[in-house]
Write a protein that binds this ligand. Structure first.
Ligand code: ASP
Ligand code: MG
Length: 826
């Protein structure tokens, strides 16, 4: 090589040169490259190779359409030329060459039609024309756009190949000599090379096989001692998994050659392993780039191994058959494997996985399903005697499997990788039939039931790629509390992800009518528009299925409704392993049997059910009670003011204003339920008391609570507005109660009381002005725990106990608590 700067080889695939617009884009990329020496290898425009093969098949069938289809291919290229080439002369030259090629092809097709058969070499000859056309066209286009040398290099004159067992083999000395003859070692500028085409040893045009342009790039990379090879395609790079199966798949920034080979073998959309060989041999890095998104860095495949992330990719091969040869006669007998695999080789069956236990009692191997019969016959024949004589007991064969493989050089010597893999599979309920790991530790393969492939891939991907603290969240009932929660979450999500590695993804939002689902996560600004625009009819079964995705480690449903029907589903969700968080009181204050079931489920599995906000909104009341109990304190009584609404009403009610008037104001301020009777009956307070009682271990229900309702019986049947009008008639009685209390220095408070014996009551009471319950403000809740330890001076929890902000924050805190239960460090 000269002292010149090095070469860069850039290959543009079929989709990157599909039409004039794409070629224009590619030309811009070529122009933007500062390296003075570029070899541009191009594929045929998308679909052209297929069309050429199709022409030959049609000719064999004497299909009349062959001629018109050939003409259409010509038209397609003429259209591109007239869009791309301004110069008349350039267009004429291109069209003249094209016409000559089309005539050649027409002749070949004609001859093919007569003999009704085309040989392999005829097929290959025709197939390569697409690359000749695209590369000539791009060369001319670049001449008009770039101010440097542009040379079209005929790859057929340089790359000579002969058939090899694993595909075409380059005759390197000839290639090197041919290139030296045709390219000045001091050349600077751009060289255009048709990919895919080559010549056989007799000099006839042929190809490097399907997708051979990558191979061309690699060959020219080696011939030119390129600094790097770029493969420009229509994807962002090599992905960690097939994105159609694993929505969370991400671009892998770097791969070693070995990793790329393993992934390619397992069908990842990388370049074919064989095509990389020349690049690997010369240690030339290969970059996979997206022509349609040149700003994304793509994937670099090179000689270096980067230690970050033990696992680079997760792939699978479907339609695998598993064969198992079993018998005591194989133990300690050398040569069994040799005979087995020799027989398979002779039958032309490729074995994709082998596993033998050290007892040598059985050898298990996997083959493509299509080969199962051939494999079985070959093995039976080879071990005919042993099978008859019983030294080999059986040869079992089953279909319908797939192989899942995790690939990464970083796995070598790192303990725990296999544990993580099998842990993820186990967690997803996927049974493993056979396992293989080479001693290179670059690949661990597991044979699983083919029907479980997607689930397995997702679970394993999550196990390796996502934070173990990624939570899939579904929110039901984005009303005032729910919406506020979403806003609070949006403001903290980024920080929690960055600082705490807690990845909180809202993947579903549902109202009673509609629901919005998103595979990755719902955008938290604008979710309500999206719900209105893109939402589907609400279906909570589908909602739960979506939230509990195989691809994410944990799922939680947050129920912000007050709906009994939604609460009725918790048992199912918990049973499925979905965590539940809720401010909805219905489940815990409803039937005792159901409550017990939820507690049982929570204790039996590792699933969590959190409901701090059912009592006192965000105040730590449930947690306090639990801590007291679990640490062995003896709880004598729990008393308090548990309704923010009633607290506010009686804080304001000093006799100077009619009670109904204050109620009206409370309703206007949004402090009451839409129908204020829902607050005044005391039912809400009784529910909270039941929840606390059950937390204490008491078997009580709403019927066991003695409730004083503040709604006069005659007003129960009215609608909400007439209720408010007629309620004024009872103002005098209420004022009287206040006056009597005030005369004794007391105030009125709506108090809930519970003792250890299980007696529970809620109602309006006189409380001395010095009592803690008298000294609360606004919507404060207050709870007083009298216990063995907090006896002389009871434990009091007090503070705002209503309102969307504090309730939502309480829900959020429960969510973070869940995160810590799942192992996040907050
Ligand atoms: N045009 C050829 C094919 O489609 C070669 C290539 O695109 O790499 O197989
Ligand atoms: Mg292609």
């Amino acid at each position: 090589m000269s002292a010149q700067a090095g070469w860069i080889v850039r290959k543009f695939g079929g989709s990157s040169v599909a039409n004039a617009e794409c070629i224009e884009r590619a030309a811009r990329l070529i122009a933007a490259e500062p390296a003075p020496r570029q070899a541009i290898v191009v594929s045929a425009a998308r679909g052209v190779t297929d069309a050429l093969f199709d022409l030959v098949s049609r000719a064999e069938r004497q299909d009349q359409e062959a001629a018109s289809r050939l003409e259409a291919l010509g038209d397609r290229h003429r259209t591109m030329a007239s869009a791309l080439l301004a110069s008349r002369e350039a267009r004429d030259t291109f069209e003249r060459d094209l016409a000559a090629d089309l005539r050649n092809i027409a002749d070949i097709l004609h001859a093919t039609a007569i003999v009704r058969a085309a040989s392999h070499s005829v097929r290959e000859l025709v197939a390569g024309y697409g690359e000749l056309w695209s590369s000539r066209l791009i060369a001319s286009a670049l001449r008009e756009r770039l101010d440097c040398n542009i040379t079209w290099l005929d790859a057929r004159e340089i790359v000579t190949i002969r058939p090899g067992e694993l595909g075409p083999v380059v005759v390197w000395p000839r290639a090197r000599a041919a290139l030296a003859e045709r390219l000045d070692p001091d050349y600077t500028g751009v060289v255009l090379v048709p990919g895919y085409v080559a010549s056989d040893e007799t000099g006839v045009q042929t190809t490097l096989g399907r997708n051979g342009s990558d191979y061309s790039a690699s060959i020219f990379g080696a011939l030119l001692h390129a600094q790097r090879i770029e493969i420009w395609t229509d994807v962002d790079g090599v992905l960690s998994a097939d994105p159609r199966l694993v929505p969370d798949a991400r671009i892998v920034p770097t791969l070693s050659y070995h990793e790329a080979v393993e992934l390619a073998y397992f069908g990842a959309r990388v370049i074919h392993p064989q095509t990389m060989a020349p690049a690997i041999e010369h240690g030339i890095p290969i970059c996979i780039r997206n022509s349609f998104a040149p700003e994304s860095p793509g994937t670099i495949i090179g000689a270096t191994i980067d230690a970050e992330g033990a696992v680079k990719g997760i792939t699978s091969i479907d339609r695998i058959a598993l064969l198992n040869l079993e018998g005591t006669g194989m133990i300690g007998v050398p040569g069994t494997a040799h005979r087995l695999f020799g027989a398979l080789h002779d039958a032309g069956v490729s074995v994709v996985l082998i596993s033998q236990a050290s007892s040598e009692h059985s050898i298990c191997f996997a083959v493509p399903e299509g080969d199962i019969e051939r494999a079985e016959t070959a093995v039976r024949r080879a071990f005919d005697a042993e099978l008859r004589e019983g030294q080999i007991e059986s040869l079992g064969a089953t279909r319908g499997h797939s192989i899942l493989a995790v690939v990464g050089e970083g796995m070598a010597g790192v303990p725990g990788v296999a544990a993580r893999l099998f842990g993820a599979l186990g967690g997803a309920g996927v049974n493993v039939r056979a396992i293989a790991q080479g001693s290179s530790e670059r690949n661990i393969s597991a044979v699983i039931d083919g029907r479980e492939t997607t689930r397995a891939l997702r679970a394993v991907h999550a196990g390796f790629y996502l934070s173990p603290h990624t939570l899939s969240i579904g929110v039901i009932g984005p009303g005032r509390v729910g919406a506020t929660f979403l806003t609070q979450l949006a403001s903290q999500a980024e920080r929690l992800r960055a600082e705490r590695h807690l990845d909180l993804r809202v993947r579903g939002i549902a109202t009673s009518r509609r629901m919005l689902l998103d595979g990755r996560s719902v955008s938290l600004d604008g979710w309500s528009d999206a719900l209105a625009r893109d939402g589907a009819d609400c279906d909570l079964d589908r909602f739960a299925d979506h939230v509990q995705s195989d691809q994410l480690p944990h799922a939680v449903i947050i129920d912000c409704t007050a709906d009994r029907a939604v609460a009725q589903r918790y048992a199912d969700w918990l049973a499925r392993g979905i965590h539940v968080i809720t401010p909805n009181k219905k489940a815990n204050s409803g039937s005792f049997g159901y409550y017990e079931q939820l507690v049982r489920q929570r204790r039996a599995s590792r699933v969590h059910y959190l409901y701090e906000t059912t009592v006192g909104a965000g105040l730590p009341i449930i947690q306090t009670l639990r801590d007291l109990r679990e640490t062995g304190d003896e709880i004598h009584s729990v008393e308090g003011i548990l309704s923010g609404t009633l607290a506010w009403l009686f804080n304001l009610f000093d006799g100077s204003r009619p009670f109904s008037d204050i109620l009206r104001e409370a309703r206007e301020r949004g402090y009451t339920e839409p129908d204020p009777r829902d607050d005044l009956t005391g039912g809400d307070v009784a529910s909270k008391l039941v929840i606390l009682a059950r937390e204490l271990g008491l078997r009580i229900g709403l019927d066991d609570v003695e409730v004083e309702s503040l709604v006069p019986a005659p007003l129960l049947g009215l609608d909400a507005d007439s209720f408010l009008d007629r309620f004024a008639a009872y103002d005098a009685a209420m004022a009287e109660r206040h006056a009597v209390a005030a005369a004794a220095g007391d105030v009125l408070r709506y108090v809930a009381r519970l003792d250890a014996g299980g007696s529970a009551s809620v109602g309006l009471e006189r409380v001395p002005a010095s009592h803690p319950f008298a000294r609360i403000a606004l919507t404060d809740n207050v709870v007083r725990f009298v216990t063995g330890r907090y006896h002389e001076n009871p434990l009091i929890v007090q503070g705002p106990g209503a309102g969307p902000d504090v309730t939502a924050a309480g829900v959020f805190a429960d969510l973070l608590r869940l995160g810590t239960y799942l192992g996040a460090s907050l």
